[in-house]
Design a protein around this ligand. Structure first.
Ligand code: KG4
Ligand code: ZN
Length: 364
């Protein structure tokens, strides 16, 4: 007989320190009892990107406070949760270790089971927590660190259908913003600049659209933007406000067009296991209105229901980790104290490694 399950989740794989408490009730629906996210943007802004050592230290200093707040806001003690879930990878290893060590300490102290969670599974399973979506569904994960199409068939059954072979789109937004002297994170700043720009002025590449598969590449786009910037600077001695807006608008359009076309192909490849399958998105880049509406349009054209969970659950958060841990735990799974932090941890064990597959295996 089913019963309520309540899980505490910890997340520290990139630049957000987060903890949350999530409950699944008898009716199988999810309730986020609390979700605390302490963003580190301010610590990394001066560097134009996440500095791993600074991130790890900040996680170590903040995690216990986030856990304390999450429990307090949920109105629970540690003794009242059923399990402790933690991101065990993939991610910046110092931060992942901070989270795993904190969770192990909590597990030893409370006697509660420990459940290691793959960060990407956290993102991929979010639509089940927010909207009760049934398996199987199609997921596009587009963040600062990841970009992939996933067929989601079960809590631990993922098919990686394609993904970036170099930079993630968010990374391209961040690097391009840096090239234009904008701040960090670059995505929202480029989107803001683009509002006054002409998306047709610069014809940036739509990479890999000539290939039939679902792989993508975004690093060349950033290089194209740098070349256009350098040409303007050489011609005129600098960039006007309009030049910058046009560069942003043209860049954003190229990312949107590329993602939209690859998403169309992903929908076709996923097929119609049910009459109206779900196309869900997750990751910070899904906050971009142009990209979001381009994906929405493609979904409608291909007969898919488009689903974008609320932004606070699309970007890194503890609730998605608690939920993914809950799904594992409900299936009878947990880890012991040998759980280790993994910098690389592909979701789909059968897929060909994509990103920098080196001695340690595939990154994602
Ligand atoms: O999912 P997220 O919060 O963190 C991870 O990378 O895991 O995503 C952050 C990324 C950053 O690269 C940021 O520039 C990008 O999402 N982003 C955006 C927008 N808002 C955030 N990119 C484009 N347009 C936006 N409005
Ligand atoms: Zn993430």
């Amino acid at each position: 007989m089913s019963h309520n399950i309540t899980v505490l989740g910890l997340e520290s794989s990139c630049d957000d320190t987060a903890a949350a408490v999530v409950r699944r009730t008898n009716s199988e629906s999810a309730e986020v009892l609390s979700s605390v996210v302490w963003g580190q943007e301010g610590l990394h802004a001066a560097f134009g990107g996440v500095v791993p050592e600074i991130a790890a230290r900040a996680h170590a200093e903040r995690l216990d406070l986030c856990v304390e707040q999450a429990l307090e806001q949920a109105g629970l003690t540690l003794g009242e949760v059923d399990a402790i879930a933690v991101t065990a990878g993939p991610g910046l290893i110092g931060g992942v270790i901070s989270g795993v060590m904190c969770a192990k300490g909590l597990s030893i102290g409370s006697g509660k089971p420990l459940v290691g969670v793959n960060h990407l599974a956290g993102h991929a399973l979010t639509p089940r927590m927010t909207d009760g979506v049934e398996y199987p569904y199609l997921m596009l994960l587009v963040s600062g660190g990841h970009c992939q199409f996933l067929g989601v068939h079960g809590p631990d059954q993922f098919t990686r259908m394609g993904g970036t072979i170099d930079d993630a789109p968010g990374e391209a937004f961040d690097k391009s913003a840096k090239l234009l002297g904008l701040g960090y994170p670059g995505g929202p700043l480029i989107e803001e600049e683009a509002k006054n720009g002409d998306p047709k002025r610069f014809r940036f590449p739509r990479p890999l659209l000539d290939r039939p598969d679902l792989d993508m590449s975004f690093s060349g786009l950033k290089t194209a933007l740098r070349r256009a910037r350098d040409t303007l600077v050489a011609e005129k001695g600098g960039l006007t406000v309009q030049d910058r807006a046009d560069l942003c608008a043209s860049f954003q359009q190229a990312v949107a067009d590329t993602l939209a076309e690859k998403t169309r192909r992903a929908c076709i490849a996923f097929g119609k296991p049910v009459e109206t399958p779900v196309l869900a998105v997750a990751g910070g880049v899904a906050a971009n209105s142009l990209i979001r509406s381009a994906l929405q349009k493609v979904a409608a054209q291909e007969g898919f229901r488009f689903l974008a969970p609320p932004l606070k659950y699309c970007t890194d958060n503890g609730a998605m980790i608690a939920w993914a841990g809950l799904e594992r735990f409900a299936g009878g799974e947990s880890d012991d104290l040998t759980l280790s932090a993994r910098p690389r941890w592909p979701l789909d064990k059968a897929a060909t490694p994509m990103l920098g597959s080196g001695k340690k295996g595939a990154k994602a």
